[in-house]
Design a binder for this molecule. Structure first.
Ligand code: UDP
Length: 234
């Protein structure tokens, strides 16, 4: 479907690419893509362009890994955006790098930062801002630029997070930018991640739908994606 997915393990991605790029202050843009995002890109050329500008498109979804096997281009493993983000936060704390957290509601954003301060007492938090603003609003981008963060986690949901990153990427001279969807809600404790058993059974998507039933429409897109793969109707 014209989305070039990364085919490395999370460890390989971190060690071969992300850690060196962060050290060299080489700008990096990461998209965490699941079947929904692939479908969104299929339906919207402009959005697809934004996704394809990424340096790394990581397979964040069992559906992607299953599809890769069905089309005989197997991806080694699912790299969950949430796990990658938490690894990077740990790395930032160790290496004294600063992080900006952009997105989610004001309440979640505040709670998440408080939680991070407990989990990572030495983490340098360059700043935070809630995610309910106009993308054109320069006050937000100025705040992020002024704080000169090394890592910028953007939790505005798709497509807004990819829109924000691609709109402002060129204004930065360093930084790793990563769209992280609903991850701040998980750190803040507002949304629970699926228990390990569900993840191991590759049913995290089902768990999320049961817990957040308003997502059911999104699941239809995942089914459409799988059907297209099975019927070879890319
Ligand atoms: N969000 C935001 N601004 C918006 C829309 C959404 O900050 O204009 C936040 C929302 O509060 C949530 C995250 O973006 O924290 C999106 O979560 P979702 O679970 O929908 O992410 P996805 O499934 O797209 O990864």
């Amino acid at each position: 479907m014209d989305i070039p997915f990364l085919n490395l393990t999370q460890q390989q991605l971190l060690e071969k690419h992300l850690y060196p790029r962060i050290t060299e202050e080489k700008k990096t843009y990461i998209v965490t893509a699941n079947p929904e995002i692939v479908m969104k890109a299929k339906e919207n050329e402009k959005y697809k362009g934004m996704v394809k500008q990424a340096d790394f498109i990581i397979p964040d979804g069992t559906g992607i890994v299953m599809a890769s096997k069905l089309i005989k281009q197997p991806i080694q493993e699912r790299v969950a955006g949430f796990d990658l983000m938490t690894h990077l936060i740990g790395y930032a704390e160790d290496q004294q790098l600063s992080c900006f957290f952009l997105g989610a509601s004001e309440e979640v954003s505040k709670k998440m930062v408080e939680r991070l301060k407990t989990l990572h007492p030495y983490l340098h938090i360059a700043g935070r801002h809630h995610g309910f603003f106009e993308l054109e609003d320069r006050t937000v981008i100025e705040e992020v630029l002024d704080s000169r963060p090394d890592l910028i986690f953007v939790a505005l949901g798709s497509p807004r997070q990819e829109e924000w990153i691609t709109k402002y990427f060129n204004e930065f001279d360093k930084g790793l930018f990563m769209g992280v969807g609903g991850s701040f809600d998980v750190i803040a404790g507002e949304v629970k991640r699926a228990p390990k058993l569900w993840v191991n059974l590759q049913l995290e998507w089902l768990y999320r739908t049961i817990k957040q039933p308003f997502r059911w429409k999104r699941i239809l897109k995942v089914f459409e994606f799988m059907f297209r793969i099975i019927l070879k109707k890319y």
